[in-house]
Design a binder for this molecule. Structure first.
Ligand SMILES: *Cc1c(COP(=O)(O)O)cnc(C)c1O
Length: 354
């Protein structure tokens, strides 16, 4: 039976990418050796790393604009700390829109003063704060473009002279933005790009080198840039698979093409949530994420019936995060419109039955 994987992360990847990646584990490009047993300094793997870095900048429209793309380890969680190590000299601003931004704030506080310029904690993070003031004396302003757990997404980014840093873990490569507005973007691969184990960092080189502290080598973006993202052994399988996903996205027509599909999927699901009296959306309508839709049942008594119905339909990964409850449908790039259709059919079937 066909499975419909709505998992929040690690998440669904394109079938053809998975096939190619698994073949490479046995025999990488006809070398008679596995991708994971050859030297990361071999010309074959260096070419993979270079293509992954180049495709990232190309898809984001950031080529030849002073940006570098790196594939690091430690997840987005290590970036919470690395960003502060490299950029926080005195004072940084953070917009607190959920669990992940709260964790980023905690790490930054180890290295300097953190100004929480806005927060949506008062309503359990079900909206995106807007119209807040941004002090000019900040080293940077940190944002989380998509709040994976709460299902909110920033639609309009603030305009400011303060450098912008953004955690785009769960919506990178899913929609068109003017990425040149950002000085540093980071994203754990496992939400929209590849398996867990690597993190994409896209950084404008000229914001680096301005802090007074000594930065340990592994935490220093400049060190990684100077070694072309090969300071130490990279996560070869995760980088290779991410590269294949980026190729897949480019062949599909790039971000604008996937954005159109992502909008269709989100529209289909949110209109069912809005029209079906048995479901309530969690996030405020104007801030709803096109990647992670959060919703609850209007009557808890229907839980058992609904849960067995979606499981029988081949749906996986629909349970909400414990801090929201209910359900979360993650609709990353590789999830098809057809899969969203299957979920919507189950939801309307429940209405007919109840
Ligand atoms: C999942 C997630 C993280 C944490 O990523 P790790 O790679 O597990 O450290 C951080 N930020 C956002 C927005 C996420 O969705």
């Amino acid at each position: 039976m066909k499975k419909h994987n709505f998992s929040a992360g690690p998440c669904i990847l394109p079938k053809e990418v998975m096939k190619r990646a698994s073949e490479a584990v046995l025999d990488f490009d006809g070398l008679g050796l596995s991708l994971i047993e050859i030297s990361h300094r071999s010309k074959e793997f260096v070419a993979v790393m270079e293509e992954a870095r180049a495709l990232s900048l190309e898809l984001l429209g950031l080529e030849d604009q002073g940006y570098q793309a790196l594939f690091l380890q430690g997840g987005a969680s290590l970036e919470f700390l690395m960003v502060a190590y490299n950029l926080l000299d005195k004072r940084a601003g953070y917009v607190n829109t959920g669990t992940w931004s709260s964790k980023a704030i905690k790490e930054a506080k180890l290295l300097g003063e953190v100004v929480e310029v806005a927060s949506s904690k008062d309503k359990n993070f079900n909206y995106i704060p807007k119209g807040y003031g941004i002090p000019e004396n900040l080293d940077y302003l940190h944002l989380t473009s998509n709040n994976t757990i709460f299902g909110t997404q920033i639609k309009e980014f603030p305009t400011t002279s303060v450098p912008l840093v953004c955690d785009m873990s769960s919506d990178i490569f899913s929609r068109q933005l003017d990425f040149s507005k950002f000085d540093l973007i980071y994203a754990g691969a496992q939400k929209n790009m590849g398996p867990a184990g690597t993190t994409l960092v896209v950084v404008k080189e000229d914001i680096l080198g301005k802090v007074s502290r000594t930065i340990p080598s592994m935490l220093d973006y400049k060190v990684h840039i100077s070694k072309d993202s090969m300071f130490n052994t990279p996560s070869v399988f995760a980088v290779y698979t991410s590269m294949l996903t980026l190729r897949w996205l480019k062949d599909l027509g790039g971000i604008s093409a996937i954005e159109e599909i992502n909008e269709k999927k989100a529209k289909l699901l949110y209109s069912e949530i809005d029209l079906n009296p048995l479901f309530n959306g969690f996030a405020k309508a104007e801030d709803r994420s096109n990647m992670n839709a959060t919703f609850t049942l209007a009557e808890e008594g229907l839980k058992e019936t609904f849960d067995s119905m979606w499981r029988e339909a081949g749906i996986n990964g629909l349970n909400g995060h414990r801090s929201v409850g209910g359900y979360r449908a993650s609709m990353y790039n590789a999830l098809s419109l057809e899969s969203v259709g299957v979920l919507v059919d189950v939801m309307s079937e429940l209405e007919r039955k109840a």
